[in-house]
Design a protein around this ligand. Structure first.
Ligand SMILES: Nc1ncnc2c1ncn2[C@@H]1O[C@H](COP(=O)(O)OP(=O)(O)O)[C@@H](O)[C@H]1O
Ligand SMILES: [Mg+2]
Length: 455
């Protein structure tokens, strides 16, 4: 049996040789163990130390890469720590800053604001967007400061941490933002303008096409009239010269005076009709395309729809079949110019969608029921794919090539209809093609609503 450890100092001479040897082995073993423990504690310590250094280096690199000024103060406003951005802003290394009151580095105008931040920290309150002016090496260095309260492990408020964003940078960011916003607004205005120009172009082309017919009619008749006038004048000259009845009879036959006389009323009627048509088109143009922003008036939506189709569709697509299923009149109160624009947009989109269609048919249907006028515009084009159905009213959404579509037609139309107290929705017809449905309050209803709201 081994000697107990409590006897390590027994004299070897008093023990048997074997016991002495075993006691020494125990001692050596214990020393080995203690040494091994010490080594592993040392390794652990070094590992922890390395971790600590790494954490410190990490924190230092984070603080170093911050562009915001960071200053930690005690409860009395003395600087405890600061980051490199603060060193640069104040023009002093951290070691010179530590322990000094922050107000030493503030412009006098900011002392009161800083005192309020310290007082708030004592009440365990932070502060945000407080403007402080630091005394930088080259002059005032304004920062927008957020302050937070710092607590010790027992939860006592022991100071405050200030994070200040240089206002110069904020101002530059704001300026950049404002410039980008301005650019965007301008592009938007240009697009709105180009949409306006495009619809004006369509209007002009449509009206020119519409005017072409009656004007050529009037022109042709005017030529005929000139010939009749020449012949009648020649005949009358002979009458006044006192020509013989035989000569006059021969001239009357040669100049086909009787024919000219009988044609005259019809020729004049034709001219009258042509000029009346021109007058009507001009009146329509005035009525439906004017920019009266404030005037709301009663008008016939059926006539408006017919005119939109005539002006837009017929001029561009001669092989278009148009089916009107409209009541004789549809009384609506509002801005005829705006609703004409909506109708022209819908018709133009339908015409575009049918560009490659074999059978091009546009159906306009309108009914009035319970104070609401419902108008549907259906085409036989490619229809609207389901995945974009929800986006067609978004501003600038277009599937048309650059230069052809601005993506504003429907979004503007949607707003105009909404301003009239109506709705505009898009769908596909079960038999193919797009189907747009427009509802508007009928004249009596919208006028009553307007009266109610003005009371
Ligand atoms: N009748 C229609 N048939 C098929 N797609 C349509 C129709 N009307 C509108 N769309 C779709 O809605 C999009 C947006 O229309 P719109 O706002 O008028 O802008 P734009 O005509 O300039 O493209 C069109 O690009 C098209 O994809
Ligand atoms: Mg369009």
């Amino acid at each position: 049996m081994n000697a107990p450890l409590s006897q390590p100092f027994s004299l070897p001479g008093l023990l048997s040789d074997a016991d002495a040897e075993s006691a020494w082995i125990d001692v050596i073993q214990k020393m080995d163990e203690t040494y091994a423990n010490l080594v592993s504690q040392q390794v652990e310590l070094e590992r922890k130390n390395a971790e600590l250094e790494e954490a410190q280096a990490f924190i230092a690199s984070v603080l170093g890469s911050m562009t915001d000024v960071l200053i930690a103060c005690d409860r009395n406003g003395r600087i405890e720590q600061s980051n490199p951005a603060a060193e640069r802003a104040l023009g002093h290394p951290s070691r010179d800053l530590a322990g000094r009151p922050l107000p030493d580095f503030l412009d006098p105008g900011s002392h009161a604001a800083f005192a309020r931040l310290c007082a708030a920290a004592l009440q365990r309150e932070g502060g945000s967007d407080v403007e402080l002016s630091l005394r930088g090496p080259t002059g005032p260095f304004p920062v927008s400061v957020n302050s937070t309260v710092r607590y010790d492990q027992r939860g006592h408020a022991i100071g405050l941490v200030l994070v200040g964003r240089p206002i110069g940078e904020l101002r530059r960011a704001y300026r950049d933002l404002a410039a980008a916003h301005e650019g965007l607004k301008q592009t938007q205005q240009q697009l709105v303008h180009s949409e306006k120009m495009a619809s004006l172009g369509r209007l002009v082309a449509g009206v020119a096409h519409e005017l072409n017919n009656p004007i050529s009619f009037v022109y042709g008749n005017a030529h005929a009239l000139r010939r009749y006038v020449d012949r009648l004048t020649a005949y009358l000259d002979k009458v006044h010269e006192g020509a013989s009845p035989e000569d006059l009879a021969a001239l009357r036959r040669d100049l086909r005076i009787d024919r000219a006389r009988s044609d005259l009323p019809a020729t004049l009627d034709g001219m009258l009709e042509g000029t009346e048509r021109v007058r009507d088109i001009v009146a329509e143009l005035r009525r439906f395309s004017s920019e009266q922003k404030h005037a709301s008036e009663r008008f016939d939506a059926a006539a408006l729809l017919r005119s939109a189709v005539n002006w837009v569709a017929k001029a561009q697509t001669p092989d278009l079949a148009v089916v009107f299923d409209l009541p004789d009149t549809l009384d609506i109160a509002g801005h005829p110019g705006h609703l004409h624009q909506v109708a022209m947009n819908l018709v133009q989109n339908a015409v575009d969608a049918m560009a490659a269609a074999r059978a091009k048919r546009l159906e306009l249907h309108a009914r009035q029921q319970d104070g609401t006028v419902t108008i549907t515009v259906r085409d036989t084009g490619h229809g609207i794919p389901d995945e974009i159905l929800g986006r067609v009213f978004d501003p600038f959404f277009t599937t048309k090539p650059v230069g052809k579509g601005t993506g504003l037609g429907l979004s503007i139309s949607y707003q105009l209809v909404k301003d009239h107290g109506g709705t505009l929705t898009a769908a596909n017809h079960p038999d193919g093609g797009a189907l747009f449905t427009l509802t508007l309050p009928a004249a009596g209803r919208s006028e009553a609503a307007a009266k109610d709201s003005s009371r």
